[in-house]
Structures are given as structure tokens and as C-alpha cells.
Design a protein around this ligand. Structure first.
Ligand code: HPA
Ligand code: ZN
Length: 320
């Protein structure tokens, strides 16, 4: 299914950095991050806590807007090669710009220039969701929200939260989400990946998001599943990520099939592809095997994703 057109709503820019790219930059800058790789040259982590540490360490050699320019080109070339026509990408001022608004603007400019070049060359469209990192705490999130609000527009279209879902409560971040909403940004939050159904309920109540990143553990509370379906909350499901991190033991055990059958608006994304040894093609192929999904189901998933994209209506018209 490599060539079928795909809409992806949940990709972390730093999480898409290929190990060889990071190693090259680290060598150039004499930064030693050899400990994050295994013998095969892939990222090495045993669990989610370690994944977050390795993820952060892999951003250490990304120290300039030029690095982000090259990274964005590399990531979009790879996505386009798997049929992705639209990529809503998490951009993190915690890792690029250190939450300093001036520096953030420079990084954003570089990422946007690279995205425009990729669009001209490969036809792939990127839109940004500025994301704060939950385990960095509410004060850091406020600064990220200010960066997001100041750069909100037709290109930075959303605000979100990633990181360790067990750190703090959604309400600790309500100020940041309120400020982003007032700036006109659309909202999504990681929830229901590591915390159970209550985390999703708290997130919807306190952050008033229209999409949930992951959200798969809603399956543990069928009343919540019905509520999500009724409210039309869109789940950015990343099955390969969940399987790689051990949230579920395998593809057949993943709840995306049940969520879809119960009428929840599910979509499919890769999250952090090189960390999880996945691509959009891989996701589609494994889902097709696990749930016997045909092209009609994938067309539905892509329509759901295009309708739930945070871009302007003219852009949506291009990807529907
Ligand atoms: N969960 C939480 N935070 C993240 C993830 C994830 O899957 N990927 C990158 N940051
Ligand atoms: Zn994610």
C-alpha cells in the first residue's frame, strides 16, 4: 500500500529523525551520544521512560535552524515516499529554540522553508502543531503556549501536549490550552496511551481538545467509547508505536479494530517512525493483515483524517 495517498495527523518532527542523520550531526559536532544506539545502529530503549530519554538525547545534535531545515527535508522525503500527501507535525520549542520566542521564530522559519521546498518537489503538505512536553511541567508549557500563540496562523495551526502522560494532571495545563485556543489554534493532547480512560475524560473536560493523541485505552471503558463516538472526537491512533512500546502485545491485540467497529473516528499515524521501525506503508500493511481491512476502510480512515486536519479549508480541499 506504499503508493496509496495518505493523510497523517500525528508525527513528531524530532521523533522522525533517522539514526544515521543524528549520528552524522553528532560526529560533526563532537557530541557523544553513542549510548543511545544498539549494535545495529538503531535507537536502543527498553521501555517508555527510556524511550523518552533516548528521544531527548537524539535531539542534542540538532542545534541550529539549518539542522532543522535538513531534518525537515529528510523527514518529508521519507513520508512522501510512503504516499503521505499531508503531514500534521508536532514541533517542539522545548527542543528547538529552548522556548525563546526569538530563536523559536528562526527555527520555525527554517522548518517552514524546508516544508515549502518539499511541497514544491514532492507535493507533500506540512502543517505544524506546536507541542509542549508534559513532564517538563506547567511553567515550561506556558512558555511554549506563548511561542505557539505568537506564531499561530495558516501554517502553525494547532497546539498539543506530548511526553509522560503520568506526570501531573491535565488541569495543570489548562492555562496553556486556553491561551492557545484564544490565539485561534486547534487543540489535541496525548492521552489514553499510558493512562487509562480517566485520563481521557480529564483531558476532554479540562483541556477541551477536539482530537486525542492515541486515546486507545478508551477501550477499557465502553461508555467512554460511546461518548467519543457520539461527540465525534478524533483519535490519532499510532498502532505500531503502541506495539513497539508494549502498550499491546501485538497487532491483533490492538483495539483500533474495535474502536473503528464501534463508530469512533479513528485515524492512523506513525508517531516516531525510526524509533518504532515503522512507516505509513508498514502501518497500513500490518492493519490490513490484522483486521482484514480493505481499501474501502483505509479510504474511510483517510477521509476522517482529512476532515479532522487543522488546516484551512482550501488546504483540506486539496487532500480530500
Ligand atoms: N507519547 C508521548 N510522548 C511522545 C510520544 C509518545 O508516543 N512520542 C514522542 N513523544
Ligand atoms: Zn505522539
Amino acid at each position: 500500500m506504499r503508493d496509496s495517498p495518505k493523510v497523517e495527523l500525528h508525527l513528531h518532527l524530532e521523533g522522525a529523525v533517522p539514526p544515521s542523520f543524528v549520528r552524522g550531526l553528532a560526529r560533526q559536532k563532537s557530541i557523544d551520544i553513542s549510548g543511545i544506539f544498539d549494535e545495529g545502529g538503531n535507537y536502543r530503549y527498553r521501555d517508555f521512560a527510556e524511550f523518552l530519554k533516548v528521544y531527548e538525547a537524539a535531539t542534542a545534535p540538532l542545534t541550529s535552524p539549518e539542522d532543522y531545515h535538513s531534518l525537515t527535508r529528510a523527514v518529508l522525503a521519507e513520508s512522501a515516499a510512503h504516499g503521505v500527501i499531508y503531514s500534521e507535525t508536532f514541533l517542539s520549542p522545548d527542543f528547538c529554540g529552548a522556548r525563546d520566542l526569538g530563536a523559536w521564530r528562526e527555527y520555525l522559519h527554517a522548518i517552514r522553508e524546508a516544508a515549502e521546498a518539499a511541497e514544491a518537489q514532492d507535493g507533500i503538505i506540512l502543517r505544524g502543531i506546536v507541542t509542549c512536553i508534559r513532564h517538563f511541567g506547567p511553567d515550561a508549557a506556558r512558555e511554549v503556549a506563548l511561542c505557539a500563540a505568537e506564531t499561530a496562523g495558516d501554517w502553525v495551526v494547532g497546539f498539543g501536549i506530548a511526553g509522560d502522560e503520568t506526570a501531573g494532571k491535565p488541569r495543570d495545563f489548562a492555562w496553556s490550552f486556553d491561551m492557545a485556543r484564544e490565539a485561534g489554534l486547534r487543540l489535541t493532547a496525548h492521552a489514553g496511551e499510558w493512562a487509562g480512560p480517566q485520563g481521557i475524560r480529564d483531558t476532554l473536560r479540562d483541556l477541551r481538545v477536539e482530537r486525542i493523541g492515541h486515546g486507545v485505552r478508551a477501550i477499557e471503558d465502553l461508555a467512554l467509547v460511546d461518548e467519543l463516538a457520539e461527540a465525534g472526537i478524533v483519535l490519532e491512533v499510532c498502532p505500531g508505536s503502541n506495539v513497539a512500546l508494549g502498550v499491546y502485545p501485538g497487532w491483533r491485540a490492538h483495539p483500533i479494530g474495535q474502536l473503528y467497529d464501534r463508530g469512533v473516528k479513528v485515524t492512523v499515524s506513525t508517531d516516531d517512525p525510526p524509533f518504532f521501525h515503522t512507516t505509513m506503508t508498514h502501518e497500513y500493511d500490518r492493519l490490513s493483515e490484522a483486521f482484514d481491512w480493505d481499501d474501502g476502510v483505509f479510504a474511510t480512515l483517510n477521509r476522517t483524517a482529512a476532515e479532522a486536519a487543522f488546516c484551512a479549508p482550501e488546504t483540506r480541499a486539496q487532500i480530500l
